[in-house]
Design a protein around this ligand. Structure first.
Ligand code: CMC
Length: 372
């Protein structure tokens, strides 16, 4: 096959299986349903690391020098949350009329790429919980709550969101979520971050672009629609007809299917376990599991040529709902964790130092009837 036909096929396949970078940060085995993050199997990482320890691991693996410890990351993130809180009045003025995710996009844009006090990866990660909590409370007509510098990131986010401390079980469940979604191979938002980093635009700029890519429903925007789907189905007797009707209309079932996983997404299992611990399998969770079972069998019947299984966004929706995260904020809470992965990829890409600049195949008209 010629170079140009390989390129044309790669772009029409959405660059499926095209290797765009070498990374030590994570590996996704879609056939085995296995996710490795910086040398740890996902389940082992969740069992041994909290959010700060995972961030320290990823930044060290990316080549940050000197490699930070978990306690150094915790102290720095606390300082960054306090610094970000000073920007909240400007953020709320700039974010009038914007959704929480759009408001977060505006908030990250307020940060300079260079700053003498704290490194960009710390400022980026430290700002997100402060901005997201303030934007959620704005939607409720409530004032922003100041961060507590010595608290853990997950604990402080829930406290800033609610205006009251969360239980230890809730903090543990949120930590499990945040650790699980820190990094995931060359997904669309991470690729975006690496492309921007390769132009030497700076880490903050790379995370703004990455958030824009994450926002779409085919990537990080699916959990809200998952909850909308559960609400629209409403009762058990509606499950099958509702799903059949959607698929017949050519709609996609949110929370199912994945470009890389052809079996169940292992992250869904981590979230399922966390949600069961948190809710003891309440009626909402039982209903969601019933919908999942019928959705899987219906997809098999109606899309027999596709290997469509549950992806992590399905259980993200249920877990974050159980934690009282507003539906409007689930994508922004995904970003609260994934920004660690984006920043680690930026650090890794900056060490590579080469501009990412792929080729394309011209399929337009040639001037004066000239052929290629
Ligand atoms: N429901 C119904 N049909 C589906 C679905 C779905 N969720 N996913 C894929 N298909 C069908 C699609 O319609 C197509 O069928 P046909 O050939 O008959 O037209 C076929 O499967 C192949 O689809 P594709 O778009 O080529 O597959 P992809 O690899 O590009 O899709 C995906 C991956 C995640 C975009 C897709 O499965 C999807 O849209 N899922 C729903 C949205 C969702 O849950 N997104 C969160 C993804 S996980 C978070 C992350 O890791 O970023």
């Amino acid at each position: 096959m010629s170079d140009s036909s390989i390129l044309a096929r790669a772009s029409s396949n959405g660059l499926d299986k095209v290797v765009a970078a070498e990374t030590a940060l994570s590996h996704v085995d879609g056939e085995a349903g296995r996710l490795i993050i910086a040398g740890y199997d996902l389940e082992a990482l969740v069992a041994t690391h909290d959010f700060e320890a995972t961030a320290a691991l990823l930044w060290s693996t990316a080549g940050l020098d000197p490699a930070p410890s978990a306690s150094e990351v915790r102290a720095q993130l606390g300082a960054a949350r306090v610094a970000a809180f000073r920007l909240v009045p400007v953020l709320l003025a700039a974010a009038r009329g914007l959704t929480v995710t759009e408001g977060l996009r505006a908030g990250l844009s307020l940060l300079p790429d260079e700053d003498k006090d704290l490194p960009a990866h710390i400022r980026a990660v430290g700002s997100v919980p402060v901005f997201v909590a303030a934007l959620c409370r704005r939607d409720e007509g409530l004032p922003a709550v100041a961060p507590v510098a010595y608290a853990g990131h997950a604990e402080d986010f829930l406290r800033m969101l609610r205006g009251a401390p969360a239980s230890a079980a809730e903090v543990e469940a949120l930590n499990a979520y945040l650790v699980t979604v820190t990094d995931h191979g060359m997904n669309a938002s991470t690729f975006t971050a690496r492309v921007i980093a390769s132009t030497r635009a700076g880490l903050i700029s790379a995370t703004v672009g990455a958030l824009c890519a994450l926002k779409g429903p085919l990537h990080g925007g699916a959990p809200g629609p998952v909850l909308d789907m559960l609400d629209a189905i409403g009762t058990r007797d509606h499950i099958k007809p509702w799903l059949v009707d959607e698929i017949s209309k050519g709609e996609r079932l949110m929370g199912f299917g994945h470009r890389v996983y052809k079996v169940r997404d292992p992250r869904a299992d981590v979230f399922n376990k966390a949600v069961m611990l948190l809710t003891n399998g309440n009626e909402r969770v039982k209903f969601a599991r019933d919908v999942e079972a019928v959705a899987l069998s219906t997809l098999k019947e109606m899309k027999p040529d596709q290997r469509l299984d549950t992806n992590m966004e399905y259980y993200t929706a249920i877990l974050l709902e159980a934690l009282g995260i507003p539906r409007s904020a689930v994508t922004a809470v995904f970003a609260l964790s994934r920004i660690v992965g984006w920043s680690a990829h930026v650090i890794e890409q900056e060490r590579v130092g080469r501009l990412i600049r792929p080729a394309s195949t011209y399929i337009g008209h040639w001037p004066d009837n000239q052929a290629a």
